[in-house]
Unconditional design. Structure first.
Lengths: 468, 247
């Protein structure tokens, strides 16, 4: 077990350092440390506007999201690695060649993810805050507490996604029912008692006031879903060879208005059959945005009219831009290497498929606008969301070409992305708070976006594509 | 009279170099392949064969040097090169979530091949994998995936096909069938360029060959020329590579 754990840790490091470069990847925790360290000096400013409790709420929620995202990527690792490295074989999938059960390997995999990402994310984040704390008058006990509670928040997200994914593997219908029940319970709690469910999150309560009972509750929230996930995890695979009717020919005809109909048809089939469409919509889109909505709701008293909806539209735009990774994660570019297809053609096709996927955030904004009573701001919110999404997509394409996963851990690329997108968002927030209708000006972002995509064509055509 | 002057050129590489960081994968290789040849690029693992094929098919750019394939410059117009040729890459990687039929339809659409299903049907029968038409590529065995990649490369009857390790995943019966197909394909005026480290295959089907070692071109010649000198390709290859190893 210990040997397998060590090997999995080495494997994870080598995957990342191969994709992002050893130095770039090694610098990633340093970047997190630096951002937190510098960000800590802004705390007094934030405190002047927001109650301190809300800052800790946002921080804990971010780490829950991080856990969800790390867990989600871990589960699609095999296909993603095959796309990047060709016929990859990860230790997590080595039960056939090692005298270890799949359940045991899964358990070690979960432990490995926990330790690895704790070192990569949680530790540098808290370390940055701890080093800054004497300068901003924060008692040293706070970072120590934060180390415990953020770890618990991160693990809660991780265990939640492992639990939901094993439920998903057993029955998609059951997962859907579980979701509906959670949403109903949350809404009922709010409407009956006026308590926002996020304030009942045990790691957050623990951060505010330590008690052994809360610590136990926080641990239970991690251990119970994890234990159920390991129990539900089924190593028995039925014959997975499925047969499908020819879908590409009719779909290509239907998409004849696209610049490259067969490429777009392939993208949509990939999304559907890989389970990404449903899986990513739930795990990478609806869950994070659901949590963000509740967070923004908490901030509502401090925001101008329409502020919650417009901030939500901006965040939805940023998260929607990551749909580009849905289109590239499972696509093996070596498939195109034997075809007369250029990199600009592929990029154009991916952007068109991305445009189709933008119906999802558009529908969400329409729904949220009406559901929250903010229908009067529907048009600016919709324009804002889509403009941010396409602009962030253009930045992503310019920085990462056909390998957007590089964004996650290449410190240099991530920094450039944060600057390019962050500056635009800052001005949009200012506009939104001045007058909600001013944000319609966000449509101007499409111009630099278009220029960036044009630049990307030249930039990426001259690069040797990995796997191409 | 040199080989270059005798036949119409279909591949011409001049001083090709490819560096990956500090590693020189291909070191100043010039190569000529004439129309109607079944040419074998031979070499041990890591000798630069796959890198050479990737450069000749416009998949990666040479660090220096130039090459034309069917008269098209591989750096200036890599897509134009791939339009005219068929390629079977080293790793058989058809798209995971398309079925065999869908993949061939997809290739047909991208290449603009008319009646693609009719042509695909012939290949399903010829390579004996009709029962896998509706199965996702990710669920196919390696052998079946290679059959599929073989089909996509020849679906448009290219004047030149470049094949990296052509028979490695086939059983002996299928190997025999494919070797016959390749030989006939060349007889009908087309050209095949294969890269392999299995010397028996090269000796059996190739007319011309080149030997690469550690990124360098050690020798170019013909199988017929070796036979005239009562030499076997494997002996010749081993002596050349060992000599190079010992400086």
């Amino acid at each position: 077990m210990a040997k397998l754990f060590t090997c999995m840790m080495k494997e994870e490091w080598r995957i990342h350092s191969t994709i992002f470069g050893s130095l770039s990847f090694a610098l990633f925790p340093v970047l997190i440390f630096a951002i937190t360290f510098m960000g800590s000096f802004l705390l007094p400013l934030f405190r002047a506007v927001l109650p301190g409790g809300n800052i800790s709420l946002v921080t804990h929620a971010l780490f829950v999201l991080l856990g969800i995202m790390v867990g989600g990527f871990g589960l699609i690792g095999m296909e993603a690695m095959n796309r990047r490295f060709g016929q990859a074989s990860l230790l997590a999938f080595s039960a056939r060649s090692l005298p270890l059960s799949e359940r045991r390997i899964f358990l070690v995999f979960v432990v490995k993810d926990t330790v690895y990402y704790f070192i990569l994310w949680v530790l540098p984040f808290v370390a940055g805050f701890a080093v800054a704390s004497p300068f901003i008058g924060v008692p040293f006990a706070i970072p120590v507490f934060l180390l415990i509670t953020l770890t618990l928040a991160f693990l809660t997200g991780l265990s939640l996604v492992f639990f939901l994914s094993t439920v998903y593997a057993r029955s998609k219908r059951l997962l859907f029912v579980a979701f509906v029940l959670i949403i109903i319970a949350w809404a009922a709690l709010y409407y009956l008692t006026g308590v926002n469910g996020v304030f009942l999150f045990p790691p957050l309560i623990l951060f505010r006031a330590f008690s052994w009972a809360t610590l136990l509750a926080a641990c239970a929230l991690i251990l119970i879903p994890s234990a159920v996930a390991v129990m539900l995890f089924s190593p028995e695979h039925a014959d997975t060879t499925k047969r499908f009717k020819n879908a590409i020919a009719p779909l290509t005809k239907k998409l004849s208005f696209f610049p490259n109909p067969p490429l777009a048809a392939k993208d949509l089939i990939d999304l559907n059959r890989s389970g990404s469409f449903i899986g990513q919509t739930i795990f990478s889109f609806l869950i994070p945005l659901g949590l963000l909505w509740f967070l923004l709701f908490v901030l509502a008293p401090f925001l101008p009219p329409g502020g919650v909806l417009l901030l939500f539209a901006i965040l939805t735009g940023v998260i929607s831009s990551t749909m580009y990774t849905w289109l590239t994660t499972f696509d093996s570019f070596s498939s195109y290497a034997c075809l007369p297809v250029s990199i600009p053609t592929l990029l154009t096709s991916k952007i068109c498929s991305f445009a189709v996927l933008q119906m999802i955030p558009a529908a969400l904004i329409v729904f949220v606008s009406f559901a929250s009573g903010g229908a009067v701001y529907l048009v600016p919110a919709l324009v804002l969301c889509l403009a941010v999404s396409f602009y962030a997509l253009a930045v992503t394409v310019w920085l990462t070409g056909l390998s957007p996963s590089v964004l996650v851990y290449d410190a240099r690329v991530l920094f450039l992305y944060l600057v390019a997108v962050g500056v635009a968002i800052f001005f949009l927030i200012v506009l939104a708070f001045m007058n909600p209708y001013y944000v319609v000006a966000s449509v101007l972002l499409l111009l630099p976006g278009w220029l960036l995509v044009k630049q990307s064509y030249r930039k990426w055509e001259s690069w040797d594509q990995p796997g191409f | 009279m040199s080989r270059m002057e005798k036949t119409e050129s279909i591949i011409e590489a001049r001083g090709l170099v490819k560096q990956f960081g500090d590693v020189t994968a291909v070191n100043n290789i010039s190569l000529f392949v004439g129309k109607g040849e079944l040419f074998g690029l031979l070499g041990p693992n890591g000798s630069g064969k796959t890198t050479m094929i990737k450069m000749l098919t416009g998949q990666i750019r040479p660090t220096s040097g130039s090459a034309t394939v069917i008269g098209v410059d591989v750096v200036q117009d890599p897509v134009g090169v791939r339009e005219r040729i068929g390629i079977i890459p080293e790793q058989e990687t058809p798209p995971s979530f398309l079925t065999s039929t869908e993949y061939l339809d997809f290739v047909g659409e991208v290449r603009g091949i008319p009646d693609v299903q009719k042509k695909a049907d012939w290949w399903f029968d010829f390579l004996e994998f009709s029962d896998k038409r509706d199965v996702l590529c990710k669920d196919l065995s390696r052998g079946t995936r290679q059959k599929l990649m073989f089909t996509q490369a020849f679906l448009h009857k290219p004047a030149l096909a470049l094949i990296d390790e052509p028979l490695i995943n086939f059983d002996p019966i299928m190997q025999h069938k494919v070797k016959e197909y390749l030989t006939d394909y060349v007889k009908s005026g087309n050209t095949i360029f294969i890269s392999t480290h299995i010397l028996e295959i090269a000796e059996e089907i190739c007319s011309g060959f080149a030997i690469l070692h550690k990124g360098k071109l050690l020798h170019t010649g013909t199988v017929a020329g070796l036979k005239e000198n009562n030499q076997h390709l494997d002996d010749f290859f081993l002596s050349l590579v060992r000599k190079d190893d010992h400086g």
